[in-house]
Structures are given as structure tokens and as C-alpha cells.
Ligand binder design. Structure first.
Ligand code: DAH
Length: 338
């Protein structure tokens, strides 16, 4: 019996050595220690052994069982450990791999240009005022000396919401709103969106303008020229030459369009300036006495100048962009350049 026990123990130990899976271990356990296992069955014969030898064999049997159980536990543990190591190796993260680049957002070129223009005028003492984008016919036209049948209305291609309500076609109505509320001196700029039913390489249905207004007791055309010259030279370079060209706007008299010498050819004539050597950057003029009367100012006492410019147009000239629609297509290849 002793020999048989030792033999079974060795047999089981060998089997355990070869086992690589949990299932195999379980099988070995059943094969030797289960209810019908080889060792269990052998020990059933213990009662046939003479009583004097029984205790020694019983002790040996217990030792063998305990030792085998211990071996089984150890095998299971080593298999589990090996599986864990394998899993870790499989799931291993390569932390030396470089990460995906997150691109950082930045301001839209129109916003950037607007801020740049605004900063120049803030430096000259102007204050920022905003007005509504949905405007009445009165503020957008009537009060600016553009009555119902005036030909200047044709140039505005207005989006009407009703007979009396529209999307403002320019930022000029803010002039009226400010003068209605405040007494001179006034020195404001009004940046914002404007809308016209128009679309081609130089027009989009929505675009941005900055309006300017300076009103007081003795504001002259000389002030207009001085302020706009400082603006243009800060925006386009201090060597920039300007030209004040007579023009017409219903709300200014006299009126002038302001050109800068072409930023590409310096006046020699090129495609950008249509061979003229000059680029128009804004409209301006001395506030028309009719406009002062509308807001209750005395035109004999109060004078002032106003101006208005398209922000996209300024950005196009500054960066040499030839199609205004590029600003609104959200193409990252375009926007990423600024
Ligand atoms: N509101 C004009 C337009 O959109 C631009 C303009 C011209 C504004 C002359 C002015 C000005 O304030 O004095 O075409």
C-alpha cells in the first residue's frame, strides 16, 4: 500500500508538471483525489490493513494528499500567473508612440481684421457702439436722407422682412441711433454685420462693415482727412499714400471715397488695381445738414464727419485675397493661412 501510494503520488506529480491548462489540473485532481479518484479508492482498502500498520500508512496517506493538494494549488497559481503575464504582454501600451496632434483654433481673418481696425480707432479716442441687424426702413434709409423713391436705394439690394422692417444694408443707421440718444461731442465706431441680396467674387449676402462718426462744434474736413490718413497708414503701412476722390452719399455733403495707393504695384498699375494704381478702401463725408435736422441738432452749430468701410474688403486688400466668398466657405486650407 505504501509503495502504491508513493507511485500514485509520483504519477500525479508528473502529470501536473506537463499540465498547461486549468482544465487539465482539474482533471488530474479528479483523477487522483476525487470521490472515485485513484488515491481515494486505494485508501478505501485501509480497513483491510492490519491495525498495527494502519496509523503509519494513514499518516503517510494524509501527507501525500496534503502535499498533492499543495502541488495542485501551486500549479494552478503558476498557470494563472502565466495567463496574466500573457494578457499584460498582449495589452501592452506603447507609451513612446507620439500622440495625435490637436490643432489649436484661432480667430477668423474677418474677426482679426475687425479687431485690428477697431484698435486703431480706439487709439484715436473713438468709442465702440453696436446697433441692431434687423432694422427699420426709417433708420436704414429715411433718416439717412434716402427717401422711398431715392435712386440710392437701388444700390442696396435690400432683404425686406416686411414693408417697414429689413436686414440693415449698412452700419450707417447706428449713426442715427447714437445721435438720437446723445448730444455732441460724439466720437464712435460701429462694427457689425450688414446684408444685401447680392453674390459674386466681391459680394456676399452677409458681410461686415465699420461705421465711424465724429460730431462736435468745429469738426472739419481736415479732421476727416487726418483721422482717415492715420487709420490707413496704421493699417497698411506708414508710407501709404491716400487719395480723397469726390463722390456722393445721400447722408454726407461733401462726400469722398478714399483710395490708397495699390499695395501690390505701389501705383505702377497692376491687375489688383485695374491698372489705376489706386484701391478704394472706404466711403466718407461731412454729415449732411438734413441728417442733423432729423436727430434735432442745429446744423449751423454742429458739424461732423462720417465714414464706412467693408471689413472683408480691407482684409482682401491686406492679404491679397481675390474672392470674398472664401471667407465664408469654412475651408481650413484657406483659414489656416492667417
Ligand atoms: N453706408 C455706405 C455704404 O454702405 C458707406 C458710407 C459712406 C458710410 C459714406 C458713411 C459715409 O458713413 O460717410 O455704402
Amino acid at each position: 500500500m505504501k509503495d502504491k501510494l508513493t507511485k500514485l503520488f509520483n504519477e500525479a506529480s508528473e502529470a501536473l508538471k506537463d499540465a498547461t491548462k486549468e482544465g487539465q489540473i482539474a482533471q488530474i485532481k479528479t483523477e487522483f483525489l476525487g470521490r472515485k479518484g485513484k488515491i481515494t479508492l486505494l485508501l478505501r482498502g485501509l480497513s483491510d490493513i492490519s491495525p498495527d500498520k494502519r496509523p503509519a500508512i494513514g499518516r503517510l496517506a494524509n501527507e501525500i494528499k496534503t502535499s498533492l493538494e499543495e502541488k495542485i494549488r501551486a500549479s494552478l497559481a503558476s498557470i494563472k500567473e502565466r495567463q496574466k503575464q500573457e494578457r499584460l504582454a498582449q495589452e501592452r501600451l506603447d507609451i513612446t508612440l507620439s500622440g495625435r496632434k490637436v490643432s489649436i483654433g484661432k480667430k477668423h481673418p474677418v474677426t482679426e481684421t475687425c479687431n485690428e481696425i477697431v484698435d486703431i480707432f480706439l487709439g484715436l479716442g473713438f468709442q465702440i457702439i453696436e446697433g441692431p441687424e434687423v432694422e427699420s426702413d426709417y433708420y436704414n434709409f429715411e433718416a439717412l436722407n434716402i427717401p422711398k423713391d431715392h435712386p440710392a436705394r437701388d444700390m442696396h439690394d435690400t432683404f425686406y422682412i416686411s414693408d417697414e422692417v429689413l436686414l440693415r444694408t449698412h452700419t450707417s443707421p447706428v449713426q442715427i441711433r447714437v445721435m438720437e440718444k446723445q448730444r455732441p461731442p460724439i466720437q464712435i465706431i460701429a462694427p457689425g454685420k450688414a446684408f444685401r441680396c447680392d453674390s459674386d467674387v466681391s459680394h456676399t449676402p452677409m458681410f461686415h462693415q465699420i461705421e465711424g462718426l465724429m460730431v462736435g462744434n468745429d469738426i472739419t474736413f481736415g479732421d476727416l482727412k487726418g483721422v482717415l490718413t492715420i487709420f490707413a497708414q496704421q493699417m497698411f503701412g506708414d508710407k501709404t499714400r491716400l487719395r480723397f476722390r469726390p463722390s456722393f452719399f445721400p447722408f454726407t455733403e461733401p462726400s469722398a471715397e478714399v483710395d490708397i495707393q495699390c499695395v501690390i504695384c505701389q501705383g505702377q498699375g497692376c491687375r489688383l488695381c485695374s491698372s489705376s494704381g489706386w484701391l478704394e478702401i472706404l466711403g466718407s463725408g461731412m454729415v449732411d445738414p438734413e441728417v442733423f435736422k432729423v436727430v434735432g441738432y442745429d446744423p449751423d452749430e454742429i458739424t461732423g464727419f462720417a465714414f464706412g468701410m467693408g471689413i472683408e474688403r480691407i482684409a482682401m486688400l491686406k492679404y491679397g485675397i481675390n474672392d470674398i466668398r472664401l471667407f465664408f466657405e469654412n475651408d481650413m486650407r484657406f483659414l489656416g493661412q492667417f
